[in-house]
Each structure stands twice: as structure tokens, then as C-alpha cells.
Ligand binder design. Structure first.
Ligand code: 80F
Length: 309
């Protein structure tokens, strides 16, 4: 399989490393990379511009089997990714993405178009990175999902945990940026937008809905003071940013949880998701941000493409 990589930042570079480590197991290699700076043909650890151009030119030159989108999220219109995906589906190219914006803005249209043209879309990396949330649903099929509840943003959970341990908001945010957890624009993490984007994707996917960002309320952790975290701690509670969806309600907001709640012990950059369907409830936990786990998500989608044929 020939891979065209869109975006070559934290996640893209780690994806390349993983792919070179496991290329025989995955039967795939990088055939080109396109970034804001231009196009590289072939594979090399350091980006070098071979020709000018953007994703359109790259698709024409590289002729990949799979496009892997690790470009930064553009929530204005999801471009250039959305148009590139459509072009891929029309040209027989499958798509894997860790970039949430296209699916948070246009989930149903993108998945319908892929299905109609017989193409596949891997998007595990858009929710909880390499911890199988999206792909969990591929093995929990048929039974109707009643409710989802999760801690879906790594950066804010990391900051809330640091604050619980006495570290200031500013220091914790600096550390989250240093570790590569935060979005290019970290306000998207802090104001709940990133969690809302992930909840949009999960709700459409698992509850079979057609909701868009902006159609349900979301709140982040910006207004939360050290004092309120310490007060909650004295009462035996922890503050968590919780995403919730069922038939009646969809929302993201900070909430205090007690020791009996499985989310009480989800600390640091870990995320967790509880899925309740007609038959049973399943809870998963694992890292939700960081370049290794996000790149591993794209690797796991590539592997699923291979084994599912
Ligand atoms: P980074 O900013 O390092 O790289 C972005 C790359 O995209 C750059 O190479 C840039 O040139 C390229 N690019 C941007 N616009 C382009 C365009 N128009 N044409 C061509 N190239 C373009 O970003 P990261 O950290 O590597 O992230 C890449 C994508 O993965 C983003 O969409 C992220 O949202 C997504 N992602 C990142 C995660 C992470 O941990 C986690 C999962 C997905 O829970 C949290 O706290 C979340 N903030 C983490 S989610 N890095």
C-alpha cells in the first residue's frame, strides 16, 4: 500500500516512524508527504520540499492507495481535508484521519459518500487517540447504544489532575504543551470545544444521529479556580470534564465526581469512555493524547483495513 501523509507535525512524524518499524506487518510505506510548505515525494525522516503544491497536486503526483490525514484541525470549514477526502473516494483511495475537524463538521456526508463509493474511513485517532473507542464500536455492533459518557480530552484532564495536586493552571498548561498533548490552538482544549468535537463524532457514530458542532452546549475548564478544586477535594470529590449523550441530551461540562464513579481514578492524560447498549455496559480507559498514541490509532486503522479486506 502506498501512503500519502497529509501533515507532518508531532503525530505525522511518529506515524512515519511506526510505519517504518512495522511496514512488513502492515504491508505499507510512505510514498509522499504534503504539508503547508509543499510536497515531498517518497520517504525521508526530515521533510524536504521536492515540488510546490498542496494536497490536490500531491494526490495527482503520488497516486496513493491510502491518504493519512494528520494535519491540524481547521474548524472553519474542514478544508483542505474534506475536499481531499471526496476526491480520494472518487479515485478509489481510502482515508485514515486523526484530524477531527472534517468529521466533527460533516460526519454523515463524509461517511455516506465513502460508503456509496465503496471506500473505507478509519477515524480511531479522532477520539481517545490509540485507545479503541471508535474501533470498539466495530466489535459491539447491532445492539442499540443507549448512552455514552466519557472523559475525552487529554489536555484538560492532565491540567485538572495537576491542579488537584497543587500545581497552578498556567504551569500545568505549559507542561501539557511541552508534552505535545495540546492542540495547535490550546483554547480549543480549554473551552471544551475539542471534547465537543469528539462527542459529536461519537454520538453520530454510536447513537446513529446526525448532530453538528454547535447544536449542543459545551463548557470547558477555563473558569475553574484552584480554590474550587481544593474545596471539592475537601469534600472527597474531583473535578472532571465530562462528555455525555443519550436520546434526550448531549453536553460537555465540568462536573464533580465521587470515589464510586469509575471516572474518579482517571488521572493525567488518560481518557475513559463508558458505552451502554441494549445488552451491556463497557468501560475503557487509556491515553487520550500524545503523538505516540495518536499515531498508533492511525496504525491500528491501517491494520484493520488489511485484516478486514
Ligand atoms: P502539529 O501542529 O504538530 O502538525 C500539524 C501538521 O499539519 C503540520 O505539519 C502542518 O504543516 C500541517 N498542515 C496544517 N494545515 C495544512 C494544510 N492546509 N495543508 C497541508 N498541511 C497542513 O499537530 P499534531 O499534534 O501532529 O496533530 C495532528 C492532528 O492530529 C491534529 O488534527 C490533532 O487535532 C490530531 N490529534 C492530535 C492529538 C495529540 O495528542 C490527539 C488526537 C488527535 O485530548 C487532547 O488533549 C487533544 N488535544 C489531543 S488529541 N497530539
Amino acid at each position: 500500500k502506498r501512503i500519502l501523509l497529509l501533515g507532518y507535525g508531532h503525530v505525522g512524524k511518529t506515524f512515519r516512524e511506526f510505519l517504518s518499524r512495522w511496514s512488513s506487518e502492515l504491508d505499507a510505506q510512505i510514498a509522499g508527504v504534503v504539508t503547508r510548505r509543499g510536497i515531498m515525494l517518497g520517504d525521508n525522516p526530515d521533510f524536504r520540499k521536492d515540488i510546490e503544491g498542496g494536497i490536490n497536486e500531491a494526490l495527482g503526483k503520488v497516486k496513493p492507495d491510502v491518504l493519512v490525514d494528520t494535519s491540524s484541525a481547521n474548524y472553519k470549514d474542514g478544508e483542505p481535508s474534506i475536499s481531499a477526502y471526496y476526491r480520494c473516494f472518487e479515485s478509489g483511495i481510502d482515508v485514515i484521519t486523526t484530524n477531527k475537524a472534517p468529521l466533527a463538521l460533516n460526519f454523515t456526508a463524509i461517511l455516506d459518500k465513502a460508503k456509496k463509493l465503496g471506500r473505507r474511513v478509519g477515524f480511531q485517532g479522532t477520539v481517545m487517540s490509540g485507545t479503541p473507542s471508535i474501533n470498539l464500536y466495530r466489535v459491539l455492533p447491532v445492539a442499540k447504544v443507549r448512552r455514552i459518557r466519557g472523559i475525552l480530552n487529554g489536555t484538560t484532564n492532565f491540567i485538572l489532575t495537576m491542579m488537584y495536586n497543587g500545581v497552578s493552571f498556567d504551569e500545568a498548561l505549559m507542561e501539557a504543551k511541552r508534552k505535545g498533548y495540546a492542540e495547535e490552538d490550546p483554547t480549543l482544549d480549554l473551552n471544551g470545544f475539542d471534547a465537543a468535537a469528539k462527542l459529536t463524532i461519537l454520538t453520530n457514530w454510536m447513537l446513529n444521529r446526525n448532530v453538528k458542532l454547535g447544536q449542543f452546549p459545551f463548557k470547558g475548564i477555563e473558569g475553574i479556580s484552584m480554590q474550587s478544586i481544593e474545596d471539592a477535594k475537601k469534600r472527597g470529590l474531583k473535578m472532571k470534564l465530562i462528555a455525555y449523550a443519550d436520546d434526550k441530551e448531549i453536553k460537555v461540562s465540568p462536573m464533580e465526581v465521587n470515589k464510586d464513579d469509575p471516572f474518579f481514578s482517571i488521572d493525567g492524560v488518560d481518557n475513559s469512555l463508558e458505552v451502554t447498549n441494549e445488552v451491556q455496559s463497557v468501560t475503557i480507559r487509556g491515553p487520550g493524547a500524545g503523538s505516540e498514541t495518536a499515531a498508533y490509532a492511525a496504525i491500528s486503522d491501517l491494520f484493520l483495513f488489511k485484516v478486514m479486506k
